[in-house]
Design a protein around this ligand. Structure first.
Ligand SMILES: [Zn+2]
Length: 475
């Protein structure tokens, strides 16, 4: 069989890997959108590198847009195969893909309004809300640890990776010429210890491993410190400085974890008497999916609901859907916490909150997740930054800029290796490193080698390999 690496190669977005079996079945692993690549983003997303109408199965590791965001686009281009995911992933996608379509449609409208002045070509969204709604009909859901036979000689099993609700390692067993070839694609790998998510689970021995490398050269602070750090930053900003704490956060996953920790602080009477605004309709919808799937969350959450029936809500929390109410937050003068998307500050309401608050020293911007190097979220964290351009305006940076990495949904390199210990390195024919910046991948490769893993390949976009009963051959 053949595998084509079509995205998230030597970078962190656009996950897409296409397997073509000897029998001619085409299986796509993830269908993610490129994000934060400036003017190149649109071109990269449109050039898929395959014909969607030929794909039989899309197997989805999790709902994050950099893994799922092009599903409505391939639907629009004729994909009518089955999408296989966990039920939580499907339920999250039902909100996230529509939200993605909405962002694209409004971005295009904004851009097109300025066109006559500049003489550029008109912008069209990759897909519409209608495409995002219709593609949901293609989903077939399964649960963790259940072997699903999707076609003669093709089985798939999901194992939890604890990266976000419903996130899975995809374990494929494909029989060719009477021999079974086992391919494991980890998707994104979570933390060994999280406030709400389970620990990544072992998966059976594979022949070929495709694995992420986001934090391949970084170590996080211990998870236990994250709550303490968050508490200190809330106290310092909202009590000592009497300012606003703005937390740009991925609407799905990170926001729920932050809310859970704030809920704990509230229950322990440690949260100051200030308002906590969750300003993101998507985060509100996603939180409802988290509530529906408590069974996927860890024992912390299961214990909490015995005495607190809503672990993502508390007395001082206010959820905001309405755009006018979101705008009204600019006039809210009291100290408060505003949690809003997007996490990398690329789009969404939080960009306005940052633009409106970054010039005042009493405020704090707190980054809680990974930001790709070219994004506003990464630029804002540059040391000694005096000014930043947001919405085309130069704004003085006087607020404190802080970060807590322990809330990351990705394990650091020590955690990833611990997870991969479920494999016997000698039985793996090749490891393909994906979903990481190139230098990080080179460092991680070395670290893996020091830990007994070998035959590691860092593919480039468009690379094709033949997978067989020995080492992969590049074609
Ligand atoms: Zn992810």
């Amino acid at each position: 069989m053949q595998i084509d690496f079509l995205g998230a190669t030597r970078e962190v977005t656009g996950s897409k890997f296409l397997i073509t079996t000897k029998g001619g079945k085409k299986i796509l692993l993830d269908c993610g959108m490129y994000q934060g690549k400036g003017l190149d983003t649109d071109r990269l997303n449109r050039n898929l590198g395959f014909d969607p109408s030929e794909v039989d199965y899309l197997i989805l590791s999790h709902a994050h847009i950099d893994h799922s965001g092009l599903i409505p686009y391939i639907y629009k281009l004729g994909f009518r195969g089955s999408i296989i995911s966990t039920s939580a992933t499907r339920n999250l996608c039902s909100y996230m893909l529509i939200d993605s379509a909405f962002i694209q449609e409004s971005d295009s409208n904004k851009y097109n309004r300025k066109l006559p002045l500049k003489g550029f070509e008109e912008s069209t969204p990759l897909y519409s809300e209608e495409d995002a709604r219709k593609c949901m009909e293609l989903f077939i859901t399964t649960e963790f640890n259940h072997k699903l036979n999707i076609a003669p000689n093709i089985d798939v099993t999901f194992y939890t990776t604890g990266h976000m609700l419903g996130a899975a390692c995809i374990y494929l067993e494909i029989k060719e010429n009477g021999k079974s070839i086992r391919i494991a694609y980890t998707g994104d790998i979570g933390r060994q210890k999280s406030y709400i998510l389970s620990t990544p689970a072992d998966f059976p021995q594979c022949d070929y491993l495709i694995t992420e490398s986001t934090y391949g050269n970084r170590l996080h602070e211990p998870e236990d410190d994250a709550k303490k750090l968050l508490h200190e930053i809330v106290y310092h900003t909202c009590i000592e400085k009497r300012g606003k704490l703005i937390i740009p956060s991925f609407a799905v996953g990170r926001t729920q974890e932050i809310l859970y920790v704030l809920n704990e602080l509230y229950n322990e009477n440690k949260l100051p008497p200030i308002k906590v605004f969750v300003d993101s309709p998507l985060a509100i919808n996603a939180t409802s999916v988290f509530r529906q799937h408590i069974e996927y969350l860890n024992d912390n959450v299961k214990k909490t609901i015995l005495y607190d029936d809503d672990p993502f809500n508390f007395g001082s929390a206010t959820y905001i859907r309405d755009v006018e109410k979101s705008k009204a937050l600019n006039k809210y003068r009291k100290p408060c916490i505003i949690i809003s998307a997007s996490g990398m500050l690329e789009a969404g309401r939080v960009k306005h909150h940052v633009a409106n608050n970054i010039m005042k020293p009493k405020n704090t911007i707190l980054m809680v997740g990974y930001c790709a190097p070219t994004t506003l979220g990464a630029r804002i964290q540059e040391k000694g930054l005096k000014k930043i351009s947001i919405f085309g305006n130069e704004i003085a940076v006087r607020a404190e800029i802080k970060s807590i990495e322990a809330f990351s949904g990705h394990g650091d390199y020590r955690e990833m290796i611990k997870y991969l210990r479920c494999q016997n390195p000698n039985e793996i024919k090749n490891i393909f490193l994906v979903h990481g910046e190139y230098q990080t991948q080179l460092d991680y490769k070395q670290y893996l080698q020091e830990n007994g893993f070998r035959d590691i390949i860092i593919p480039e976009v468009g690379n094709k390999y033949i997978l067989q009963d020995r080492e992969a051959v590049r074609i």
